[in-house]
Design a protein around this ligand. Structure first.
Ligand code: HEC
Ligand code: HEC
Ligand code: HEC
Length: 103
């Protein structure tokens, strides 16, 4: 029965999993201006598990869901800090639906 004495200790071996509980799965980013197309962009924490929280918070995203523009991203802000063809895929190489699909 010794093995079962403290099953919670296994949680200590899964820090990434525990942290993941504190980040919402999908976050809809409110458009700056109302529009019919494309759908509001959705950010997936799940797709970004390879990144550390502090890679994005608070420098790139201050955890306040606010709209921004492609012009700002092309200038290297927000998603464009990484999706620039250097750190990872450039936005211009991705399908609109990769980010703007309704989920
Ligand atoms: C890497 C993710 C990503 C891709 C790919 C992407 N967008 Fe966006 N887009 C965003 C985010 C984030 C915003 C800000 C939130 C919002 O307005 O939905 C945005 C905003 C916009 C806006 C409003 C702001 C502005 O700059 O005019 C339009 C229009 C837009 N996208 C169209 C498109 C079209 C068309 C495509 C495909 C050619 C596309 N987007 C591809 C992430 C993306
Ligand atoms: C690749 C970038 C990135 C990483 C890494 C990341 N986040 Fe986020 N996070 C975002 C974006 C984008 C948003 C939505 C826009 C905003 O809130 O400014 C967001 C929003 C949030 C929110 C607010 C959600 C809401 O509905 O207001 C919390 C809380 C959060 N993230 C926690 C975390 C935690 C905890 C981690 C690490 C496990 C993490 N994030 C890692 C980009 C990231
Ligand atoms: C800190 C760097 C970073 C930031 C900021 C970032 N991403 Fe990513 N993103 C990545 C990396 C790296 C990948 C590739 C998957 C991986 O390695 O985990 C990725 C993958 C993706 C994918 C899946 C790939 C595909 O082709 O479908 C989508 C969609 C995506 N990101 C959207 C966004 C959106 C929308 C934002 C802004 C709200 C954003 N990302 C901000 C680093 C980032």
């Amino acid at each position: 029965m010794k093995r079962l004495r403290a099953p919670w200790v296994w949680l200590l071996l899964l820090p990434a999993g525990v942290l993941a509980f504190s980040s919402p799965q999908d976050v809809k980013i409110s458009p700056l201006e109302a529009r019919s197309q494309p759908k509001p962009a959705v950010f997936s924490h799940w797709l970004h598990q390879s990144q550390q929280c502090f890679n994005c918070h608070p420098a790139i995203f201050a955890q306040a869901v606010e709209g921004f523009t492609h012009a700002q991203m092309t200038a290297g802000q927000f998603c464009g800090a990484c999706h620039n063809g250097a750190v990872t895929k450039a936005i211009s190489s991705m399908r609109c639906e990769a980010c703007h699909a309704a989920r």
